[in-house]
Design a protein around this ligand. Structure first.
Ligand SMILES: *Cc1c(COP(=O)(O)O)cnc(C)c1O
Length: 361
């Protein structure tokens, strides 16, 4: 059959192990999943209520314009409703942007390691992928600028970066945006924006830089990963150009309702951010006490370098009922990425790590 050449060797996304899988494999009663940066505190309690109160007209298509969610999001962010696009998770927005711009003969610039979907989408569209190595877990924006040429369509910037958690300061982003040619789209992926302790107002950059789109999600701090709702914020022109590429009913009725409710409960969001910051601090102290290298993180995860095989560390933690993500698949072969969970779960992780490293010494 006539498959695109570039997808022949392309692997499918490998999700972290599921709780059920690990239970079965290791004969364990209790499993803690800290592998996909989901919110360990769930979601706003109002979401449950709102979903119960829905009339079940499930034979109808959802509102393709996501009007209520659009209104609530625009109002929360202080942007115009026409500056928003809603998608089936940010994952789909990555795909929509790539479909709209990339093709053979064009190229796209991104950091490495970073969120893998940018590269995946670019390969599928047949575009050239230009990866620029991180420096100390941080984007090398100067190198990324040099990688741009007249065939560059998209530059991806992930801040805080997954999997390192490093957040790019405002001055560096501004400086970068000033130098990117105005016909190159910059995608600033802010999936973890709400976790940042002292964020700058990145949305204000959109007015200055009409070639910028910021992506955010309801999957992380809002705790709605299962509903698949992400969104982009940009100038009206960019949104208008992306809209025809988006599938008509890409966000579903439950997801729209859940997200609309969640965004109005900012007290929940703030509580999660504070707990996350406090729990991260405990990880830092632990790592320092045990001479483990790590990146200071502005997300709800921490990448710890054990200077051991990442798969082996992951495997060891699995035997304790702890699912984490091996750095092997993330570009950091001797590290492990751990989602910051609830206090007692983090303590369990640290005591398991302690056991592992005392064993190995
Ligand atoms: C989790 C994550 C996303 C994807 O989120 P969805 O909205 O669930 O598709 C996007 N970017 C980064 C950096 C992420 O870590």
């Amino acid at each position: 059959m006539k498959w695109k050449e570039q997808i022949l060797d392309l692997g499918a996304y490998q999700p972290g192990k599921s709780i059920e899988e690990v239970k079965k494999q290791y004969q364990l009663e209790s499993i803690i999943k800290l592998a996909s940066n989901e919110n360990p505190y769930g979601c706003s309690p109002h979401v449950d209520e709102a979903l119960k109160q829905m009339d079940s007209s499930f034979m109808l298509y959802p509102d393709g314009n996501a009007s209520q969610l659009r209104e609530a999001t625009a109002s929360h962010l202080g942007v115009d409703e026409k500056q928003l696009i809603f998608t089936n998770g940010t994952d789909e927005l990555v795909q929509v942007i790539s479909r709209a711009m990339l093709e053979p003969g064009k190229n796209t610039v991104m950091a490495s390691p970073t969120f893998p979907q940018y590269k995946q989408a670019a390969i599928i569209e047949g575009a050239e992928v230009r990866e620029v190595e991180l420096v100390n877990g941080d984007h090398d924006l100067a190198e990324m600028l040099s990688a741009i040429d007249e065939d560059t369509a998209i530059v991806w910037v992930c801040s805080p970066n997954n999997p390192t958690g490093i957040y790019i300061p405002e001055s560096e982003i501004r400086d970068f945006l000033r130098q990117v040619p105005s016909d190159v789209l910059v995608v600033l992926d802010e999936a973890y924006y709400e976790y940042v302790t002292d964020p700058y107002d990145s949305l204000s950059l959109i007015d200055t830089f009409p070639n910028l789109i910021i992506t955010r999600t309801f999957s992380k701090i809002y705790g709605l990963a299962s509903f698949r709702v992400g969104y982009g914020i940009a100038s009206e022109n960019i949104i208008q150009q992306l809209e025809p590429v988006r599938l008509p009913f890409n966000t579903n009725v439950l997801g729209q309702r859940a997200a609309t409710t969640a965004i109005t409960d900012q007290a929940f969001v703030e509580g999660c951010r504070k707990k996350n910051t406090a729990e991260l601090e405990k990880y830092y102290t632990f790592c320092k006490d045990h001479q483990l290298d790590y990146f200071p993180s502005q997300g709800n995860f921490i990448l710890i370098d054990f200077h051991l095989d990442g798969d082996e560390v992951t495997e060891f933690l699995l035997t304790k009922g702890l699912i984490v993500r091996s750095g092997k698949a993330l570009g950091f072969p001797t590290s492990v990425r751990i989602t910051v969970g609830q206090e007692e779960h983090n303590e369990q992780v640290r005591s398991a790590i302690k056991e592992l490293i005392t064993e190995k010494v």
